[in-house]
Design a protein around this ligand. Structure first.
Ligand code: NAD
Length: 431
C-alpha cells in the first residue's frame, strides 16, 4: 500500500529553522494531532510547541594522537513547568539540535504520563562513539559537562545515559560537576554506578518496563506471552534486557539484532550464548545461523515486535509488510507518522514510546529521590514501585483510548499534554 506523506507532520515553515529536523517535525506533528483532543488553550499550546531553552557548544578534545578535534554538542530543555528537566545524553553521528528538541519534548510527555515531578530535556554529542578510545570518551564527557554547567543542576536539569553512553559516562559527569561545587553531588545525574549513588535496577529498568507494559497489554488483548514469538530490534541496554525479560515470561525470542544485523531462529534463541558472543566480540555479527538484515528482521512473522534500536525504523514504506500482532516502542520515535497510520489501518496496535520505555526515567526518578534522601531501596521495592507506575500509566492510556476511540499513542499524548497544560495554566506566564 502506498502512503502519501502525512499532512500531520508539522510543516517546515511553521518551525524555527534552527530546530528543523525530521524528528522534531514528527514530535510537533504528533503534538498538533493530539491537541485536537486535548482541549488546551491556544496560548498554552503554543508555549509547549517550543523548547524553553537550548544550548549549542563546541567541545574541543585532545585525541590520543595529539591532534585536536572539536565535536558539536547540544542540550535542550523543553519544559520546566512540573519540575527540573530530565533526559538522556547520547553520543551518535546523527545528533542534531532538532533531534534533541524532539526527544526533549517526548521526555516532557513521558514524565507527565508517569506522574513524575519533571519536565523533559535531551542532549548529545555528534561523534562516532565507536571510533573513540576510553581516554578520548572521558575527555569529551568531562569537557561537555563543564560546558553544560550553566544550565544543569540537581534542581534544574538532571542528565542520564542514552545511546552509546553508560554508567561510566555518568560517573565522569557526576565527578566533573562535583569537582566544580566542592563536594559529591550524586543527584546531578542518574544511571550512575552503584558505588557513587546509583540505584539497583536502573540499568535494567527500561527493558523491564517495556516488558511490564507488553505483558499487561497482551493480557488486556486476551492472549499471553507464554510461547509467544518475539522479535527485538536493537540488542543494547534496552533491547537485551527486554529480550531476557520476555524469555523469563515464557516467550520465545526468535530474533534479535544490533546495528550490524540480526540473528534468527524460529525455535527460539539461546540468549546466554548470544550474550557470551557479544561480550567477547562486541557485536552480534558472526554468531552463526540465519542472519537477517535489520530490514528483514522488522518484517518477520511474530507476535510481538520490540523496537529498541533507534528512531524512524518503521516507515510508510515498510509498515505494510510488518507481520507482528503487537508493536512495542522501546526506542524513542521508532515509528514514523506514516507508519503509524498504516499500522492503525491494519489493526496492529503500537505501544507508544512515551509509555513503553518510561521505566528508565521512572527508576531514574527513584535514583534521584534516593540520592537526595541518602537512603537506598532494595530491588524488590524498586520493581514493585516501577510495576505500579507502569501499570497505572497503561491503565490511564487504555481507558482514554477506549472512551475517546483514540490510538494508544494519541491517548498517551493527550493524557500528558493535559497534565502539563493544567500546570502551566495554574502557574500562568511570568512576568
Ligand atoms: P544502546 O546504544 O545501548 O543500544 C542500541 C542498540 O541498537 C545497539 O545494539 C545498536 O547496535 C543498535 N542500533 C543502533 N542503530 C541501529 C540501526 N540503525 N539499526 C539497527 N540497530 C541499531 O542504546 P539504548 O540505551 O538501548 O537505547 C536504544 C533506544 O532506546 C534509543 O532510542 C534510546 O533513546 C531509547 N531509550 C533508552 C533508555 C535507556 O534507559 N537506555 C530509556 C528510554 C529510551
Amino acid at each position: 500500500m502506498a502512503t502519501a506523506p502525512s499532512a500531520d507532520r508539522a510543516r517546515r515553515e511553521d518551525l524555527p529553522p534552527e530546530l528543523d529536523d525530521p524528528l522534531y517535525r514528527t514530535a510537533v506533528g504528533q503534538f498538533d494531532q493530539a491537541l485536537e483532543r486535548a482541549e488546551v488553550q491556544p496560548g498554552v499550546a503554543e508555549v509547549l510547541r517550543f523548547p524553553e531553552r537550548a544550548l549549542a557548544v563546541g567541545i574541543p578534545v585532545r585525541m590520543d594522537d595529539g591532534l585536536l578535534s572539536v565535536f558539536p554538542g547540544y542540550r535542550v530543555q523543553h519544559s520546566s513547568v512540573l519540575g527540573p528537566t530530565k533526559g538522556g545524553i547520547r553520543y551518535d553521528k546523527g545528533v542534531t539540535l532538532g533531534e534533541c528538541a524532539a526527544l526533549a519534548m517526548w521526555m516532557t510527555w513521558k514524565c507527565a504520563l508517569l506522574g513524575l515531578p519533571y519536565g523533559g530535556a535531551k542532549g548529545g554529542v555528534r561523534c562516532d562513539p565507536r571510533s573513540l578510545s576510553m581516554d578520548e570518551r572521558e575527555r569529551l564527557t568531562r569537557r561537555f559537562t563543564s560546558e553544560l554547567l550553566p544550565i544543569i543542576g540537581p534542581q534544574r536539569d538532571i542528565p542520564a545515559p542514552d545511546m552509546a553512553t553508560d554508567e561510566q559516562t555518568m560517573a565522569w559527569m557526576m565527578d566533573t560537576y562535583s569537582m566544580q561545587v566542592g563536594h559529591a553531588v550524586p543527584e546531578i545525574v542518574t544511571g550512575k554506578p552503584l558505588s557513587v549513588g546509583g540505584s539497583v535496577l536502573r540499568p535494567e529498568a527500561t527493558g523491564i518496563g517495556v516488558v511490564m507494559v507488553v505483558d499487561e497489554t497482551v493480557h488486556r488483548l486476551g492472549w499471553s506471552l507464554e510461547g509467544a514469538a518475539c522479535v527485538v530490534q536493537g540488542y543494547g541496554k534496552v533491547g537485551a534486557v527486554a529480550a531476557h525479560e520476555l524469555a523469563r515470561k515464557g516467550a520465545r525470542v526468535v530474533a534479535v539484532s544490533d546495528i550490524g544485523g540480526g540473528i534468527f531462529d524460529p525455535q527460539g534463541l539461546n540468549l546466554a550464548a548470544i550474550d557470551a558472543w557479544r561480550n567477547e566480540h562486541g557485536e552480534l555479527t558472526g554468531f552463526g545461523g540465519h542472519e537477517p538484515s535489520n530490514s528483514e528482521l522488522l518484517e518477520l512473522e511474530c507476535d510481538v515486535l520490540v523496537l529498541a534500536a533507534t528512531e524512524d525504523v518503521l516507515t510508510g514504506e515498510n509498515a505494510p509488510r510488518v507481520a507482528a500482532r503487537l508493536v512495542a516502542e522501546g526506542a524513542n520515535g521508532p515509528t514514523s507518522l506514516e507508519a503509524d497510520a498504516v499500522l492503525a489501518e491494519r489493526g496492529i496496535p503500537v505501544l507508544p514510546d512515551i509509555l513503553t520505555n518510561a521505566g528508565g526515567v521512572a527508576v531514574s526518578y527513584f535514583e534521584w529521590v534516593q540520592d537526595i534522601q541518602r537512603l537506598f531501596w532494595g530491588p524488590d521495592e524498586i520493581r514493585g514501585r516501577l510495576g505500579d507506575l507502569m501499570r497505572t500509566a497503561l491503565a490511564r492510556v487504555w481507558t482514554l483510548a477506549e472512551e475517546e476511540r483514540l490510538s494508544l499513542r494519541r491517548a498517551a499524548l493527550v493524557t500528558s499534554i493535559r497534565e502539563v497544560a493544567a500546570a502551566l495554566d495554574a502557574r500562568g506566564i511570568y512576568p
